[in-house]
Write a protein that binds this ligand. Structure first.
Ligand code: MTE
Ligand code: MOS
Length: 755
């Protein structure tokens, strides 16, 4: 292969480094107006009166819009349609939007917001998972018992499994919020067109979700709503459903005032009012035979969904499917609940509900290893999924399981043999230790997102041999456009330099679903291959006609035309030219419908995803047992995501992801008072900086997937998901202090030490 597995330079590298890439806030349209949002001051209340008079009198204010003014429906369509764009009679979390203020200058719009007077009656609210379960206030959401969703797995007989176990134990775990901390805040510009259609530009992951959202809000048919993706400065799941809201804030005034409207959030507003990783409370029980075989698993876990359902059902379901870890076990009983609180709605975040359960499961494995007097590696070796095994949801795995290889590579990568020494043998103030975690990850949306199991791609070859590719999944920093250029070049036989990946435009490609769940490489990659194959048919015909050689004997590689290994005197461009003269069709629509999945809601069994990626993380830490400070020294991540398309970029994903996972495990903490986040900035919400970065060793384990494009699977989220427990297990190995709650801040470690 010419370009698969080759680390070509990122196609967006130069524009990002020299600053020429245009982000949404760099765009300007003639007579553009600016929107700011008036928001709810407390977690729950009833609106008695909204006095806009002072704000309306301010010079420069062009309009103030409330729920009544929305031309279409007042909803943000996600899984359930329970969230309004603007709160009407009641509001359900502090920071919920109530009015859109539009002015010809953003500062004036902000001043207008400050002049709005809200008269409200505060209603009783719920801020924690515990209170929501106990229904201290009943009926705070659209579903009964404050529960948005409940999913379960019932496999085998868990009670029998525990009875036959030699050891069994139950633990409780807690995980906190995580903020996406993308560099570019949320932003959109809505531009009304003369023919009563609308074009919306902005930073997002899922243009087709935004199209649906703007269509609902404006009442325009989907055909009259065109969404164009602009360079996106990071997303991490935070720009999956939320951009539909921002687009709504811009579109409502845009269609009413018939002017372009820009809505860009500032950092504090972004942190305080947009989605986060769900905090979780997890009860985990496991039973083992003396030899270390996992015999029974029982889990009950709760996610804090916040005030509206948004993406929670999908996040919760993924958490359920992955809660038992990458282990073969016959007796599994899991209940997963998403409960409502009067806090900001939580949503998608790299890993999608798995980092929480992986933290619990992998800590549980570490505790078990000690109780069983086995090394954590050996315990995993006994239980991990291999080809021929069946997952927790009874999915028989017949190919592409690289977990065992990754286990040993990650262990060797951290020098486990020499460094794994029991905590009791360690002395001194600063103590070092190593820890491990293993995981699996279903690529794509799985059985619960079956409808979205599709993607398109449009390829057009021009007569000079240059190639345009339009796709439906977005580049947000992960490198997908470079991957798509490599796949196109490989499939067509041209060079990646000939290929331009166009900005995503919903009018150019069919609805390709969202850019989430590490699905782009497999979904869009296969759609590109499908489109390229149609064109290749004519290219080979053309090359055969030009050369007089049979089609079967011709190969197109990197712009060259070969037969039996010898280069012919014609090139890709000659072939294209000839095809044009013959009026052959060098434009095509590609389509991919993913392999089917299955799911039974009563048992929680089925082929939940079409394929899985696998990871082992190891970590080495140094803990100051006086202060509780943890320094992470080394992180190793050995990942099987099938064939890497661009190994260097894949390593980049691993490096970035493990650091984000380290932040989740030991640093990142949102503090709230009375339901309001009090540290909405990067001086107080601490994410890792270059000063905190340890040595990171990415290891690529390639177990190809036969139905992936050139055997690739997906990798975007995997690097983050298992890092927290690898670190907290290393903290235990260093100090004997068991961490059951993350982030493992120094004060928590000191507190645990005293207990
Ligand atoms: N990498 C960068 N640089 N920026 C991002 O926003 N998002 C992650 C991951 N890697 C993200 C990223 C998330 S949440 C997902 S789902 C995947 O990329 C999506 O990309 P893929 O489908 O191309 O794997
Ligand atoms: Mo990623 S959380 O699936 O956008």
């Amino acid at each position: 292969m010419s370009f698969i597995g080759k680390s070509i330079q990122r196609i967006d590298a130069v524009s990002k480094v020299n600053g020429s890439a245009k982000f949404i806030d760099d765009y300007y349209f003639d007579s553009m107006l600016y929107a700011r949002i008036f928001r709810a001051p407390v977690p729950r209340g009833r609106i008695k009166n909204l006095d806009l008079s002072a704000a309306e009198k301010l010079a420069g204010i062009k309009g103030i819009f409330t729920a009544k003014d929305i031309p279409g429906a007042n909803i943000v369509p996600v899984v359930e349609k329970d969230q309004p764009l603007l709160a009407d009679e009641v509001f359900n979390f502090a920071g919920e939007a109530i009015a859109i203020v539009v002015a010809d200058d953003p500062d004036i719009a902000e001043e207008g917001v400050s002049l709005i007077k809200l008269d409200y009656e505060e209603l009783p609210s719920i801020l924690t998972i515990e209170d929501s379960i106990n229904k201290t206030v009943p009926d705070i959401c659209s579903k009964p018992d404050n529960i948005f969703s409940h999913y379960k797995i019932r496999k085998g007989d868990f009670e029998k499994g525990f009875k036959s176990s030699d050891i069994s134990f139950e633990e409780e775990y807690k995980t906190g919020y995580q903020e996406h901390a993308y560099l570019e805040t949320q932003g959109m510009i809505a531009v009304p067109n003369p023919e009563k259609t609308i074009t919306v530009y902005g930073s997002m992951q899922c243009p087709f979700y935004v199209q649906e959202g703007v269509s609902e809000i404006t009442g325009y048919p989907l055909s009259d709503v065109r969404i164009i993706h602009t360079t996106t400065g990071g997303a991490f799941g935070g720009k999956e459903d939320v951009p539909s809201i921002i687009a709504g804030f811009a579109s409502v005034p845009a269609v009413i005032l018939n002017k372009p409207v820009k809505m860009v959030f500032d950092r504090a507003e972004d942190i305080m009012t947009t989605s986060k990783r769900h905090p979780a409370w997890i009860k985990f029980k496991t039973g083992f035979s003396k030899a270390g075989k996992l015999l029974a698993i029982k889990v009950e876990f709760y996610f804090n969904a916040g005030a509206y359902s948004t993406l929670t059902p999908i996040v919760l379901w993924r958490g359920l499917v992955h809660a038992m870890g990458p282990y073969a076990c016959d007796n599994i009983h899991i209940d997963a609940y998403a409960v409502a609180t009067n806090t900001v709605p939580c949503g998608a975040f790299r890993g999608f509900g798995t980092p929480q359960v992986i933290f619990a499961c992998e800590t549980q494995m570490d505790i078990a290893a000690e109780k069983l007097n086995l090394s954590p590696i050996d315990l995993r070796q006994i239980n991990i999924l291999k080809v021929g095994d069946s997952t927790g949801t009874s999915h028989d795995l017949d190919e592409s399981v690289g977990l065992e290889k990754s286990l040993h590579l990650a262990a060797d990568g951290i020098d486990w043999k020499n460094k794994f020494i029991p905590p009791s043998e360690k002395t001194g103030r600063k103590r070092r230790g190593v820890g491990i975690s293993t995981l699996f990850y279903g690529v794509g949306l799985g059985a619960k997102g079956g409808m979205l199991r599709r993607a398109g791609a449009f390829i057009q070859v021009y007569r000079d041999g240059s190639v345009n590719v339009a796709v439906g999944t977005t580049e947000m920093g992960q490198g997908s456009n470079t991957v798509f250029a490599q796949l196109t070049a490989e499939a067509l036989g041209c060079s990646p330099d000939n290929v331009t990946i166009l900005p995503i435009d919903t009018s150019r490609v069919p609805d390709s679903g969202p850019t989430v769940a590490s699905r782009s490489t497999v979904m869009t990659g296969n759609a590109i291959r499908n489109a390229a194959d149609q064109i290749k048919h004519y290219l080979l015909l053309g090359a055969s006609e030009l050369s007089g050689k049979p089609e079967e004997a011709i190969e197109l590689i990197d712009g060259r035309v070969l037969t039996a290994g010898n280069e012919l005197k014609i090139s890709f461009i000659d072939v294209v030219e000839h095809c044009f003269n013959q009026r052959y069709h060098l434009t095509s629509q590609g389509w991919f419908k993913a392999p089917s999945t299955s799911w039974d809601d009563d048992t929680g069994l089925g082929n939940a995803y079409f394929i899985y990626s696998f990871v082992t993380n190891t970590a080495e830490v140094e803990v100051d047992i006086e202060t509780g400070e943890v320094e992470v020294l080394n992180l190793v991540s050995a990942e099987d995501f099938g064939q890497p398309i661009n190994p260097k970029m894949a390593e980049g994903q691993i490096e970035g992801g493990v650091i984000q996972g380290m932040g989740y495990g030991i640093m990142e903490n949102l503090y709230s008072e009375k339901g309001i986040f009090i540290n909405p900035g990067f001086s107080t919400y601490l994410i890792p900086t270059t000063m905190d970065v340890p040595l990171v060793k990415p290891i690529i384990v390639n177990e190809g997937y036969s139905k992936g494009p050139y055997k690739a699977k997906g990798l975007g989220e995997c690097p983050l998901m298992g890092v927290a427990p690898a670190i907290t297990n290393a903290i235990y190995n260093a100090t004997g202090i068991r961490v059951r709650e993350i982030p493992a801040l120094p004060e928590l470690i000191i507190k645990q030490k005293k207990e």
